[in-house]
Design a protein around this ligand. Sequence first.
Ligand code: GDP
Ligand code: MG
Length: 354
Amino acid sequence: MPFGEIVCGSPGSGKSTYCYGKYQLFTALKRPISVVNLDPANDALPYPCAIDISSLITLQDVMDQHGLGPNGGMLYCMEYLEANFDWLEERLQELGDDAYVLFDLPGQVELSTNHESVKHIVEKLTKLSFRLAAVHLCDAHYITDASKYVSVLLLSLRAMLQLELPHINVLSKIDLISQYGDLEFNLDFYTEVQDLSYLENTLNAALPPRFAALNMAMISLVEDFGLVGFETLAVEDKNSMLNLTHVIDRATGYVFVPPADSNQPPETIEQHNAAPAVRPNTYALFSSAAAPLKGPGSDVRDVQERWIDSKEEYDAFEKREWRKEGEMVRDEAARAGKIRERKAKGSSDTDMEL
Ligand SMILES: Nc1nc2c(ncn2[C@@H]2O[C@H](COP(=O)(O)OP(=O)(O)O)[C@@H](O)[C@H]2O)c(=O)[nH]1
Ligand SMILES: [Mg+2]
């Protein structure tokens, strides 16, 4: 059964970089991974691409042939892909049943909030038995300003309602957040979307009084749905990537997939009929896979400490660790070189003796 992620978000939110980061991480973890580029305007792809929409259609061709601008052209490309879904289906089938596919979407937000084509493509993928989650990236910069934060809440809510998938909103580039000055609240206020009425004063101070009622209506809309929350991501930080991966694996159900090389427990008739106390406890598997996340970066307070409260100390610590690691690798290489040299010398001495 193939699994996948619909990676969406505004232009520049970090979608392609995330796909590349995940490709590198999964390759290191020996997990299957393929990246599908569905952005016809993406010309310099950072990752090795398994399927590229550019071999079906390019934005430039559409603009030239139909006299469309970039936004209209993009909608045309997505409608064209929907109409030619068999092109995508054929190529996805070649990736096999075990595939884990990242779909790198174009950044036009209307594609995942209003327009129907991406929604229909997602439905068709689900019919092909893909287990999908939407990963919606939002630049963490948005939380530095109350009105931008409300806009990103509305955008995320709209995408959740439109795509109808298990959905993970992510504040991307969290490593840059301390550069934008002090936040008004701790990070968990924004990620857990806590009592939004605290934003009232800031919002009303920034806008003319006639918008006050509108501000409060938008806030209560988000609160009434009670759906929006955020994970965080610093794409170059291993802990951050691993934590997000775990959250996504739980949303798609990948946590229940055993590793390819794991042994099946021998299912014997005796075990089947045995008393509950001696049977393998399948519930333990479920409860541990779905248990609260543990590990560095799994708690938003750790993220606050790493990237906001003590960023400089952590950066310096990591630099020291990397240097130590580099020295170890260099020493190891030098030692291996010396051993090789000695062996080569030994064998030539023996040759001479003979
Ligand atoms: N510091 C930092 N920069 C990032 C991160 N993710 C992406 N970027 C940068 O953000 C810019 C836009 O990223 P890109 O992946 O092209 O965005 P896309 O338009 O959503 O595909 C690039 O310059 C990336 O290097 C991150 O986690 N941290
Ligand atoms: Mg991109």
